[in-house]
Design a protein around this ligand. Structure first.
Ligand code: ACM
Length: 502
Protein backbone atom coordinates (compact mmCIF):
# COMPACT_ATOMS: atom_id res chain seq x y z
CA UNK A 1 0.00 0.00 0.00
CA UNK A 2 2.82 2.37 0.95
CA UNK A 3 4.53 1.53 -2.34
CA UNK A 4 1.33 2.37 -4.20
CA UNK A 5 1.20 5.84 -2.62
CA UNK A 6 4.85 6.40 -3.38
CA UNK A 7 4.18 5.50 -7.00
CA UNK A 8 1.19 7.82 -7.20
CA UNK A 9 3.28 10.71 -5.88
CA UNK A 10 6.49 9.97 -7.73
CA UNK A 11 5.03 9.03 -11.09
CA UNK A 12 4.04 12.60 -12.02
CA UNK A 13 7.55 13.80 -11.09
CA UNK A 14 9.07 11.12 -13.25
CA UNK A 15 6.73 11.93 -16.13
CA UNK A 16 7.46 15.61 -15.69
CA UNK A 17 11.16 14.99 -16.21
CA UNK A 18 10.27 13.19 -19.45
CA UNK A 19 8.12 15.98 -20.79
CA UNK A 20 8.83 17.86 -23.95
CA UNK A 21 8.56 21.48 -22.87
CA UNK A 22 7.81 23.37 -26.07
CA UNK A 23 5.33 26.19 -26.75
CA UNK A 24 3.44 25.94 -29.05
CA UNK A 25 2.95 22.20 -28.42
CA UNK A 26 4.32 20.10 -31.30
CA UNK A 27 2.01 17.94 -33.41
CA UNK A 28 3.67 14.61 -32.56
CA UNK A 29 6.13 13.64 -29.83
CA UNK A 30 7.52 10.20 -29.11
CA UNK A 31 9.74 9.80 -26.06
CA UNK A 32 12.66 7.40 -26.64
CA UNK A 33 15.14 5.48 -24.49
CA UNK A 34 17.99 7.45 -22.90
CA UNK A 35 19.22 11.03 -22.83
CA UNK A 36 21.35 13.37 -24.87
CA UNK A 37 24.06 14.41 -22.43
CA UNK A 38 26.08 17.57 -23.04
CA UNK A 39 28.05 17.86 -19.82
CA UNK A 40 31.29 17.67 -21.85
CA UNK A 41 30.26 20.57 -24.10
CA UNK A 42 28.19 21.07 -27.19
CA UNK A 43 29.01 21.48 -30.84
CA UNK A 44 27.00 22.33 -33.90
CA UNK A 45 27.23 21.05 -37.46
CA UNK A 46 25.41 21.76 -40.68
CA UNK A 47 24.98 19.19 -43.41
CA UNK A 48 25.24 20.78 -46.85
CA UNK A 49 25.16 24.38 -45.69
CA UNK A 50 24.02 27.13 -48.00
CA UNK A 51 24.12 30.83 -47.08
CA UNK A 52 20.65 30.93 -45.57
CA UNK A 53 21.07 27.82 -43.45
CA UNK A 54 24.48 29.03 -42.24
CA UNK A 55 22.74 32.20 -41.05
CA UNK A 56 20.10 30.08 -39.26
CA UNK A 57 22.87 28.08 -37.58
CA UNK A 58 24.76 31.12 -36.34
CA UNK A 59 21.59 32.77 -34.97
CA UNK A 60 20.75 29.49 -33.23
CA UNK A 61 24.23 29.26 -31.67
CA UNK A 62 23.88 32.87 -30.55
CA UNK A 63 20.50 32.23 -29.01
CA UNK A 64 21.83 29.24 -27.06
CA UNK A 65 24.68 31.41 -25.86
CA UNK A 66 22.51 34.34 -24.78
CA UNK A 67 19.82 32.23 -23.10
CA UNK A 68 21.92 29.41 -21.59
CA UNK A 69 25.50 30.75 -21.81
CA UNK A 70 26.29 27.71 -23.99
CA UNK A 71 29.26 28.12 -26.27
CA UNK A 72 28.31 26.13 -29.35
CA UNK A 73 31.29 26.05 -31.71
CA UNK A 74 31.08 24.50 -35.16
CA UNK A 75 32.31 20.88 -34.98
CA UNK A 76 33.16 18.03 -37.29
CA UNK A 77 33.56 15.32 -34.65
CA UNK A 78 30.81 12.88 -33.79
CA UNK A 79 30.22 13.69 -30.15
CA UNK A 80 27.72 15.92 -28.37
CA UNK A 81 26.59 17.62 -31.45
CA UNK A 82 23.53 19.28 -32.83
CA UNK A 83 23.16 18.64 -36.55
CA UNK A 84 21.08 20.84 -38.83
CA UNK A 85 20.04 19.18 -42.05
CA UNK A 86 18.21 20.88 -44.88
CA UNK A 87 16.46 18.14 -46.85
CA UNK A 88 15.79 18.48 -50.56
CA UNK A 89 12.55 20.33 -51.29
CA UNK A 90 9.58 18.06 -50.90
CA UNK A 91 7.09 18.54 -53.70
CA UNK A 92 4.53 16.31 -51.93
CA UNK A 93 4.54 18.29 -48.72
CA UNK A 94 1.68 20.75 -48.42
CA UNK A 95 3.27 22.27 -45.37
CA UNK A 96 6.57 24.06 -45.93
CA UNK A 97 6.74 24.99 -42.23
CA UNK A 98 7.18 21.43 -40.96
CA UNK A 99 10.32 20.07 -39.26
CA UNK A 100 11.56 16.99 -37.42
CA UNK A 101 13.84 16.69 -34.39
CA UNK A 102 15.54 13.41 -33.47
CA UNK A 103 17.19 13.45 -30.05
CA UNK A 104 19.36 10.42 -29.40
CA UNK A 105 22.11 9.80 -26.81
CA UNK A 106 24.80 11.14 -29.15
CA UNK A 107 23.16 13.85 -31.20
CA UNK A 108 20.28 16.21 -31.76
CA UNK A 109 19.25 16.16 -35.42
CA UNK A 110 17.05 18.96 -36.77
CA UNK A 111 15.66 18.34 -40.25
CA UNK A 112 13.36 20.19 -42.59
CA UNK A 113 12.59 20.54 -46.26
CA UNK A 114 12.59 24.33 -45.89
CA UNK A 115 14.77 26.97 -44.27
CA UNK A 116 11.75 28.20 -42.36
CA UNK A 117 11.10 24.74 -40.93
CA UNK A 118 14.76 24.40 -40.00
CA UNK A 119 14.57 27.69 -38.13
CA UNK A 120 11.42 26.55 -36.29
CA UNK A 121 13.20 23.33 -35.33
CA UNK A 122 16.01 25.44 -33.82
CA UNK A 123 13.46 27.45 -31.80
CA UNK A 124 12.06 24.22 -30.38
CA UNK A 125 15.53 22.94 -29.46
CA UNK A 126 16.37 26.23 -27.68
CA UNK A 127 13.25 25.76 -25.57
CA UNK A 128 14.15 22.13 -24.84
CA UNK A 129 17.55 23.20 -23.48
CA UNK A 130 16.10 26.07 -21.45
CA UNK A 131 13.28 24.01 -19.97
CA UNK A 132 14.90 20.65 -19.34
CA UNK A 133 14.52 19.78 -15.64
CA UNK A 134 17.63 17.59 -15.93
CA UNK A 135 21.20 18.78 -15.47
CA UNK A 136 23.08 18.91 -18.76
CA UNK A 137 20.80 16.52 -20.54
CA UNK A 138 17.59 16.33 -22.49
CA UNK A 139 15.42 13.29 -22.95
CA UNK A 140 15.71 11.31 -26.19
CA UNK A 141 12.70 11.79 -28.42
CA UNK A 142 11.38 12.19 -31.93
CA UNK A 143 9.31 15.27 -32.68
CA UNK A 144 7.39 15.76 -35.91
CA UNK A 145 5.84 19.18 -36.08
CA UNK A 146 3.80 21.41 -38.37
CA UNK A 147 1.21 24.16 -37.83
CA UNK A 148 -2.56 24.00 -38.12
CA UNK A 149 -2.91 27.50 -39.55
CA UNK A 150 -0.93 29.39 -42.15
CA UNK A 151 -1.62 32.85 -40.71
CA UNK A 152 -0.34 33.25 -37.16
CA UNK A 153 -0.27 36.97 -36.67
CA UNK A 154 0.21 39.69 -34.12
CA UNK A 155 -0.55 43.37 -34.65
CA UNK A 156 1.02 46.40 -33.02
CA UNK A 157 -0.45 49.89 -33.09
CA UNK A 158 2.49 52.32 -33.11
CA UNK A 159 0.24 55.35 -33.75
CA UNK A 160 -1.54 55.93 -30.45
CA UNK A 161 1.80 55.38 -28.74
CA UNK A 162 5.06 55.18 -30.60
CA UNK A 163 7.49 52.30 -30.07
CA UNK A 164 11.13 52.60 -31.06
CA UNK A 165 12.91 50.52 -33.68
CA UNK A 166 14.59 48.51 -30.90
CA UNK A 167 11.28 47.66 -29.23
CA UNK A 168 9.78 46.63 -32.57
CA UNK A 169 12.74 44.27 -33.09
CA UNK A 170 12.21 42.76 -29.63
CA UNK A 171 8.54 42.28 -30.49
CA UNK A 172 9.59 40.42 -33.65
CA UNK A 173 11.98 38.28 -31.56
CA UNK A 174 9.12 37.17 -29.33
CA UNK A 175 6.97 36.35 -32.35
CA UNK A 176 9.77 34.31 -33.91
CA UNK A 177 10.38 32.35 -30.71
CA UNK A 178 6.73 31.31 -30.69
CA UNK A 179 6.67 30.48 -34.43
CA UNK A 180 4.25 33.30 -35.17
CA UNK A 181 4.80 34.28 -38.79
CA UNK A 182 3.06 37.64 -39.39
CA UNK A 183 3.77 41.03 -37.84
CA UNK A 184 0.90 43.37 -38.71
CA UNK A 185 2.32 46.86 -38.31
CA UNK A 186 -0.40 49.49 -37.83
CA UNK A 187 1.48 52.52 -39.17
CA UNK A 188 -1.12 55.23 -39.71
CA UNK A 189 -4.01 56.45 -37.61
CA UNK A 190 -5.69 59.61 -36.36
CA UNK A 191 -3.15 60.29 -33.63
CA UNK A 192 0.00 59.82 -35.69
CA UNK A 193 1.46 58.94 -39.09
CA UNK A 194 4.57 56.82 -38.51
CA UNK A 195 6.15 55.97 -41.87
CA UNK A 196 8.35 58.30 -43.90
CA UNK A 197 6.92 58.89 -47.40
CA UNK A 198 9.42 60.84 -49.50
CA UNK A 199 6.84 62.32 -51.87
CA UNK A 200 4.78 63.74 -48.96
CA UNK A 201 7.31 64.90 -46.34
CA UNK A 202 4.68 66.68 -44.22
CA UNK A 203 3.16 63.30 -43.32
CA UNK A 204 5.98 62.86 -40.83
CA UNK A 205 7.08 66.51 -40.34
CA UNK A 206 3.52 67.38 -39.28
CA UNK A 207 1.59 64.12 -39.05
CA UNK A 208 3.95 62.31 -36.69
CA UNK A 209 3.65 64.83 -33.87
CA UNK A 210 0.71 65.74 -31.67
CA UNK A 211 0.37 68.17 -28.81
CA UNK A 212 -0.79 66.36 -25.70
CA UNK A 213 -3.31 67.86 -23.26
CA UNK A 214 -0.46 68.95 -20.96
CA UNK A 215 1.23 70.83 -23.84
CA UNK A 216 3.93 68.21 -24.46
CA UNK A 217 4.86 67.41 -28.05
CA UNK A 218 4.53 63.64 -28.54
CA UNK A 219 5.39 61.43 -31.48
CA UNK A 220 7.98 59.78 -33.66
CA UNK A 221 8.24 57.91 -36.94
CA UNK A 222 10.30 55.34 -38.80
CA UNK A 223 12.51 56.56 -41.61
CA UNK A 224 12.62 54.42 -44.73
CA UNK A 225 16.08 53.28 -43.62
CA UNK A 226 14.59 52.15 -40.27
CA UNK A 227 11.87 50.27 -42.11
CA UNK A 228 14.38 48.50 -44.36
CA UNK A 229 16.37 47.48 -41.29
CA UNK A 230 13.28 46.11 -39.52
CA UNK A 231 12.01 44.31 -42.64
CA UNK A 232 15.40 42.59 -43.00
CA UNK A 233 15.41 41.71 -39.30
CA UNK A 234 11.94 40.17 -39.57
CA UNK A 235 12.71 38.34 -42.83
CA UNK A 236 15.76 36.71 -41.27
CA UNK A 237 13.47 35.41 -38.52
CA UNK A 238 10.77 34.17 -40.92
CA UNK A 239 8.28 36.81 -39.87
CA UNK A 240 6.46 38.60 -42.70
CA UNK A 241 5.52 42.21 -42.08
CA UNK A 242 2.09 43.37 -43.22
CA UNK A 243 2.01 47.17 -43.13
CA UNK A 244 -1.32 48.86 -42.52
CA UNK A 245 -2.19 52.19 -44.16
CA UNK A 246 -5.69 53.07 -43.00
CA UNK A 247 -8.29 54.36 -45.44
CA UNK A 248 -10.68 56.11 -45.63
CA UNK A 249 -11.09 56.62 -41.85
CA UNK A 250 -8.58 56.90 -39.01
CA UNK A 251 -6.74 59.43 -41.17
CA UNK A 252 -6.72 62.70 -39.18
CA UNK A 253 -2.91 62.80 -38.97
CA UNK A 254 -2.57 62.66 -42.77
CA UNK A 255 -5.34 65.24 -43.13
CA UNK A 256 -3.57 67.57 -40.67
CA UNK A 257 -0.50 67.34 -42.91
CA UNK A 258 -2.40 67.67 -46.20
CA UNK A 259 -5.87 69.24 -45.58
CA UNK A 260 -6.72 68.75 -49.29
CA UNK A 261 -7.36 65.10 -48.36
CA UNK A 262 -10.52 66.09 -46.47
CA UNK A 263 -14.06 66.83 -47.73
CA UNK A 264 -14.65 69.27 -44.88
CA UNK A 265 -13.29 72.69 -45.90
CA UNK A 266 -12.42 75.63 -43.66
CA UNK A 267 -11.96 73.63 -40.52
CA UNK A 268 -8.73 73.78 -38.52
CA UNK A 269 -7.03 70.42 -39.00
CA UNK A 270 -5.12 69.22 -35.97
CA UNK A 271 -3.88 65.85 -34.85
CA UNK A 272 -6.22 64.64 -32.14
CA UNK A 273 -4.91 64.02 -28.63
CA UNK A 274 -8.04 62.13 -27.69
CA UNK A 275 -9.04 58.57 -28.59
CA UNK A 276 -12.18 57.37 -30.38
CA UNK A 277 -13.59 57.55 -33.89
CA UNK A 278 -13.09 60.84 -35.78
CA UNK A 279 -15.48 62.21 -38.40
CA UNK A 280 -12.90 63.68 -40.80
CA UNK A 281 -11.97 60.98 -43.33
CA UNK A 282 -10.31 60.98 -46.77
CA UNK A 283 -12.46 62.60 -49.42
CA UNK A 284 -12.97 60.28 -52.41
CA UNK A 285 -11.36 62.86 -54.69
CA UNK A 286 -8.76 62.56 -57.44
CA UNK A 287 -6.26 64.16 -55.06
CA UNK A 288 -6.87 61.46 -52.41
CA UNK A 289 -6.74 58.62 -54.94
CA UNK A 290 -3.45 59.91 -56.33
CA UNK A 291 -2.11 60.45 -52.79
CA UNK A 292 -2.88 56.84 -51.84
CA UNK A 293 -1.37 55.50 -55.06
CA UNK A 294 1.82 57.48 -54.43
CA UNK A 295 1.99 56.27 -50.82
CA UNK A 296 1.45 52.67 -51.94
CA UNK A 297 4.23 53.03 -54.53
CA UNK A 298 6.72 53.69 -51.75
CA UNK A 299 5.18 51.22 -49.30
CA UNK A 300 5.20 48.35 -51.82
CA UNK A 301 8.91 48.94 -52.48
CA UNK A 302 9.70 48.76 -48.76
CA UNK A 303 7.73 45.64 -47.84
CA UNK A 304 8.43 42.46 -49.81
CA UNK A 305 5.38 40.54 -48.48
CA UNK A 306 2.32 39.84 -50.58
CA UNK A 307 -0.21 41.66 -48.37
CA UNK A 308 -0.91 45.32 -47.66
CA UNK A 309 -3.61 46.15 -45.11
CA UNK A 310 -5.82 49.05 -46.18
CA UNK A 311 -7.90 49.45 -43.01
CA UNK A 312 -11.56 50.15 -43.81
CA UNK A 313 -12.85 50.06 -40.22
CA UNK A 314 -14.73 52.71 -38.28
CA UNK A 315 -15.16 55.24 -41.11
CA UNK A 316 -18.18 57.46 -40.34
CA UNK A 317 -19.84 58.67 -43.54
CA UNK A 318 -21.31 62.03 -42.35
CA UNK A 319 -18.65 64.05 -44.20
CA UNK A 320 -19.33 62.13 -47.44
CA UNK A 321 -23.08 62.69 -47.09
CA UNK A 322 -22.48 66.45 -47.17
CA UNK A 323 -19.73 66.51 -49.77
CA UNK A 324 -20.54 67.31 -53.39
CA UNK A 325 -17.37 65.46 -54.48
CA UNK A 326 -18.57 62.28 -52.77
CA UNK A 327 -22.19 62.62 -53.86
CA UNK A 328 -21.26 63.38 -57.50
CA UNK A 329 -19.09 60.27 -57.57
CA UNK A 330 -21.91 58.14 -56.15
CA UNK A 331 -24.14 59.37 -59.01
CA UNK A 332 -21.49 59.02 -61.68
CA UNK A 333 -20.61 55.46 -60.68
CA UNK A 334 -24.24 54.44 -60.03
CA UNK A 335 -23.48 53.50 -56.44
CA UNK A 336 -26.28 52.92 -53.93
CA UNK A 337 -24.82 54.70 -50.93
CA UNK A 338 -21.67 55.75 -49.04
CA UNK A 339 -20.83 52.16 -48.07
CA UNK A 340 -20.62 51.28 -51.75
CA UNK A 341 -18.51 54.39 -52.23
CA UNK A 342 -16.08 53.07 -49.61
CA UNK A 343 -15.98 49.80 -51.53
CA UNK A 344 -15.27 51.78 -54.73
CA UNK A 345 -12.36 53.58 -53.00
CA UNK A 346 -10.94 50.36 -51.60
CA UNK A 347 -11.36 48.50 -54.91
CA UNK A 348 -9.49 51.24 -56.77
CA UNK A 349 -6.53 50.79 -54.41
CA UNK A 350 -6.84 47.02 -54.47
CA UNK A 351 -6.64 47.05 -58.28
CA UNK A 352 -3.63 49.32 -58.04
CA UNK A 353 -1.96 46.88 -55.63
CA UNK A 354 -2.71 44.03 -58.04
CA UNK A 355 -0.60 45.80 -60.70
CA UNK A 356 2.28 45.43 -58.24
CA UNK A 357 1.50 41.79 -57.53
CA UNK A 358 0.17 42.60 -54.04
CA UNK A 359 -3.08 41.78 -52.30
CA UNK A 360 -5.23 43.90 -50.01
CA UNK A 361 -6.61 43.08 -46.58
CA UNK A 362 -9.43 45.06 -44.98
CA UNK A 363 -11.15 45.08 -41.58
CA UNK A 364 -14.54 43.36 -41.25
CA UNK A 365 -16.61 46.47 -42.04
CA UNK A 366 -15.61 46.21 -45.71
CA UNK A 367 -18.15 43.41 -46.24
CA UNK A 368 -20.91 46.07 -45.99
CA UNK A 369 -20.22 47.74 -49.33
CA UNK A 370 -19.63 44.58 -51.38
CA UNK A 371 -16.52 42.43 -51.71
CA UNK A 372 -14.13 42.12 -54.60
CA UNK A 373 -12.87 38.60 -55.28
CA UNK A 374 -9.33 38.93 -54.01
CA UNK A 375 -9.57 41.00 -50.82
CA UNK A 376 -8.92 39.21 -47.52
CA UNK A 377 -11.25 40.12 -44.65
CA UNK A 378 -9.85 40.55 -41.15
CA UNK A 379 -12.78 39.94 -38.83
CA UNK A 380 -12.46 41.86 -35.55
CA UNK A 381 -15.84 42.72 -33.98
CA UNK A 382 -16.68 39.01 -33.97
CA UNK A 383 -16.20 36.16 -36.46
CA UNK A 384 -19.30 37.29 -38.35
CA UNK A 385 -17.63 39.35 -41.11
CA UNK A 386 -15.08 36.58 -41.65
CA UNK A 387 -17.86 34.01 -42.04
CA UNK A 388 -19.67 36.28 -44.51
CA UNK A 389 -16.46 36.70 -46.46
CA UNK A 390 -15.90 32.95 -46.76
CA UNK A 391 -19.53 32.44 -47.82
CA UNK A 392 -18.74 34.86 -50.64
CA UNK A 393 -15.64 32.82 -51.51
CA UNK A 394 -13.08 35.23 -49.97
CA UNK A 395 -10.32 34.34 -47.57
CA UNK A 396 -10.55 35.55 -43.98
CA UNK A 397 -8.39 36.03 -40.90
CA UNK A 398 -10.10 35.78 -37.55
CA UNK A 399 -9.24 38.22 -34.79
CA UNK A 400 -12.50 38.59 -32.80
CA UNK A 401 -11.92 41.19 -30.13
CA UNK A 402 -13.27 39.15 -27.20
CA UNK A 403 -10.55 36.52 -27.76
CA UNK A 404 -7.78 38.38 -29.52
CA UNK A 405 -7.45 41.97 -28.24
CA UNK A 406 -4.43 42.05 -25.98
CA UNK A 407 -5.03 45.67 -24.97
CA UNK A 408 -7.96 44.29 -22.95
CA UNK A 409 -7.05 43.53 -19.30
CA UNK A 410 -5.70 40.07 -18.48
CA UNK A 411 -7.20 39.97 -15.01
CA UNK A 412 -10.18 41.63 -13.36
CA UNK A 413 -7.74 43.38 -11.01
CA UNK A 414 -5.82 45.04 -13.88
CA UNK A 415 -6.43 48.78 -13.85
CA UNK A 416 -5.33 49.61 -17.39
CA UNK A 417 -7.99 49.84 -20.08
CA UNK A 418 -11.23 51.53 -21.07
CA UNK A 419 -14.96 51.03 -20.55
CA UNK A 420 -15.43 48.94 -23.71
CA UNK A 421 -12.85 46.35 -22.74
CA UNK A 422 -13.85 43.06 -21.19
CA UNK A 423 -11.49 40.83 -19.27
CA UNK A 424 -9.47 38.54 -21.57
CA UNK A 425 -7.97 35.72 -19.53
CA UNK A 426 -5.09 33.47 -20.55
CA UNK A 427 -7.52 30.55 -20.60
CA UNK A 428 -9.85 32.33 -23.00
CA UNK A 429 -7.04 33.13 -25.44
CA UNK A 430 -5.85 29.53 -25.17
CA UNK A 431 -9.26 28.25 -26.25
CA UNK A 432 -9.55 30.62 -29.22
CA UNK A 433 -10.37 28.69 -32.39
CA UNK A 434 -10.34 30.59 -35.70
CA UNK A 435 -12.74 28.12 -37.27
CA UNK A 436 -16.46 28.75 -37.49
CA UNK A 437 -18.50 25.63 -36.91
CA UNK A 438 -21.31 26.84 -39.16
CA UNK A 439 -19.06 26.66 -42.23
CA UNK A 440 -18.65 23.62 -44.48
CA UNK A 441 -15.18 22.02 -44.50
CA UNK A 442 -14.63 23.60 -47.94
CA UNK A 443 -15.40 27.10 -46.64
CA UNK A 444 -13.34 26.54 -43.50
CA UNK A 445 -10.30 26.20 -45.74
CA UNK A 446 -10.75 29.88 -46.60
CA UNK A 447 -9.94 30.82 -43.01
CA UNK A 448 -6.22 31.47 -43.20
CA UNK A 449 -5.77 31.64 -39.44
CA UNK A 450 -5.93 34.19 -36.68
CA UNK A 451 -4.05 36.93 -34.93
CA UNK A 452 -3.83 38.95 -31.76
CA UNK A 453 -4.06 42.74 -31.85
CA UNK A 454 -2.47 45.26 -29.52
CA UNK A 455 -4.03 48.73 -29.70
CA UNK A 456 -2.05 51.18 -27.66
CA UNK A 457 -4.35 53.97 -26.49
CA UNK A 458 -3.69 52.78 -22.94
CA UNK A 459 -0.24 51.23 -23.40
CA UNK A 460 2.40 53.94 -23.23
CA UNK A 461 5.73 52.13 -22.90
CA UNK A 462 7.67 48.91 -23.31
CA UNK A 463 6.96 47.64 -19.80
CA UNK A 464 3.21 48.04 -20.21
CA UNK A 465 3.39 46.46 -23.66
CA UNK A 466 5.16 43.40 -22.30
CA UNK A 467 2.63 43.09 -19.49
CA UNK A 468 -0.21 43.04 -22.03
CA UNK A 469 1.27 40.47 -24.38
CA UNK A 470 2.88 37.90 -22.10
CA UNK A 471 1.96 35.17 -21.51
CA UNK A 472 -1.15 35.60 -23.67
CA UNK A 473 0.88 35.53 -26.88
CA UNK A 474 2.15 32.07 -25.90
CA UNK A 475 -1.49 30.94 -25.60
CA UNK A 476 -2.29 32.49 -28.99
CA UNK A 477 0.66 30.73 -30.61
CA UNK A 478 -0.66 27.41 -29.37
CA UNK A 479 -4.23 28.24 -30.48
CA UNK A 480 -2.94 28.79 -34.02
CA UNK A 481 -0.20 26.17 -34.26
CA UNK A 482 -1.31 23.12 -32.25
CA UNK A 483 -4.11 20.65 -32.86
CA UNK A 484 -7.24 21.68 -30.98
CA UNK A 485 -8.15 18.09 -30.13
CA UNK A 486 -4.79 17.62 -28.37
CA UNK A 487 -4.79 20.78 -26.30
CA UNK A 488 -4.73 20.93 -22.51
CA UNK A 489 -4.74 24.24 -20.66
CA UNK A 490 -3.19 22.73 -17.51
CA UNK A 491 -0.35 21.27 -19.51
CA UNK A 492 0.12 24.55 -21.40
CA UNK A 493 0.27 26.59 -18.19
CA UNK A 494 3.17 24.52 -16.94
CA UNK A 495 5.07 24.83 -20.21
CA UNK A 496 4.33 28.55 -20.50
CA UNK A 497 5.97 29.33 -17.14
CA UNK A 498 9.42 29.45 -18.66
CA UNK A 499 8.17 31.56 -21.57
CA UNK A 500 6.63 34.22 -19.36
CA UNK A 501 9.73 34.29 -17.14
CA UNK A 502 11.95 34.95 -20.14
C1 ACM B 1 -10.42 47.87 -34.88
O1 ACM B 1 -10.22 47.44 -33.74
N1 ACM B 1 -11.00 49.04 -35.07
C2 ACM B 1 -9.97 47.14 -36.05
Amino acid sequence: MRFFFLLVFLLPLFLHSQNIEIVPAPARVEIKEGFFNYSKGLGIKMDEADEESTAIMSRFANQLFTTKRFKVPPVTNAENKIVLQLLSPNSNSSNDESYRIRISPDSVLIQSHSHRGLSYGCQSVVQLFINSPLTNQIVAAEINDFPQYKWRGMELDVCRHFFSKEIVKQYIDILAQLKMNVFHWHLTDDQGWRIEIKKYPKLTEVGAWRIEKDGRKYGGFYSQEDIKEIVLYATERYVTIVPELELPGHSSAAIAAYPELSCIPNEAKTIPNTWGIKKDIYCPSDFSFQFMRDVLDEVCKLFPGKFIHLGGDEAPKAAWKESSVAQDLIKKEHLKNEEELQHYFLKKMEDYLATKNKRAIGWGEIVKGGLSDSVVVMSWLSKHAGVKATEHGNQAIMTPRLFCYFDYPQRITDKRGAWYMTNLSLRKVYHFNPNAKSLSPEKQKLILGGQANVWTEHIANEKELRHQIMPRLAAMSEALWSKHEQKSFQNFKRRAKSISRD
